[in-house]
Design a protein around this ligand. Sequence first.
Ligand code: PLP
Length: 419
Amino acid sequence: MTRDDALALDATDPLAPLRDQFALPPGTIYLDGNSLGVLPKTTAARVAEVVTGEWGTGLIVSWNRAGWITLPQRVGDKIARLVGAAPGELVAADSTSVNLYKVLAAALDIVRADAPQRRRILSERSNFPTDLYIAEALAAERGFELVLLDTPEAIPAALDESAAVLMLTHVNYRSGRMHDMAALTRAAHAAGALTIWDLAHSAGAVPLDLNAAGADFAIGCGYKYLNGGPGAPAFVWAHARHVERFRQPLAGWMGHAAPFEFTPGYRPAAGIARYLCGTPAILALAALECGVDSVLAAEPLGGLAALRAKSLALTRLFADEVRARCPQLRLVSPETEAERGSQVCLAPRDEPALAYAVVQALIARGVVGDFRAPDILRFGFTPLYLRHVDAFDAAVQLAEVLASGEWRRPEFNQRQAVT
Ligand SMILES: *Cc1c(COP(=O)(O)O)cnc(C)c1O
């Protein structure tokens, strides 16, 4: 592949116009949309309108007149289109960590009622730590055991009569490895266990069909591929067969059947609204809606199937160029494309310390990826706004940083709080 080949691919890319939706800083190749998506051009004006118009002028009347009170549902219905959920099945609220607490608690209550001998929550040791911390705390609180598996291959054998819940992140945050949601959900159900899928690195990046997979619960993140802005609200989904069986434990008034009756006793709302807790963060939801709309803009161009095809083309191009140009690095992400999310992870072959410093040196050159301890260089490829030539140029710059040794400079070796 030459740079001209990459430019030729961009010239015929049917998704290329989607890039214009974003306020990308000039001179930046942004390979971190899996950690914080970029700013859509519509967001600033929309948030300003909510602040000065709906809040500043409409004041409290805007809860009704501007539809604030149903914003978690309205944004949720849009996210539902990206994850294979039906309208009314998903709400945007709280953080991914908090939503995991809600759905895991609900799942454990279902198991306790239906199959009390099942005591194990299964997950992967490599899962994102917040997921494991929440599960560890809930397991201790409810008398369950959290069992961590070392490889995806170990999951089927662990699904035995002791398994209560299989809790997985669909695309691993560090390796980029993607699970087969339908197959693992089938295996879990065949063994009598429920499934919880964390879609943090999947929603807006890869095609998903929660209902076709028959998944039990799902949660996901608003600020990664959904471009909702830093700390954007997350989302939560429960399959229709479960949603009304149990109340989730954070039984706040926004999940009540009639919050404005102000009655002392809790009655859960019908459907997924019971997974709401407190007052929705309207400014953040307004920004999230703009981000979700930027992904939905791909629908007339083939939607997530088309985005997925481009994402694979980008990760393939980048991985191939790195293989050819950077002998110091090895590919950590799966070679098999069906198992690869929308990111490429690399690790040093010999010198672990170079991972952090190389990422810093690249950022100084305007190629923004991130570092994940202990030794991963992580590059997210968001097909909505990245071009083939960006993937090509990023690989060339990476090779230059390595070959020149510029990553050894002291300023690139100062570890900062957020990596
Ligand atoms: C990013 C991410 C989170 C983030 O959780 P917050 O509550 O938003 O901090 C959780 N789980 C996974 C798998 C993630 O990738």
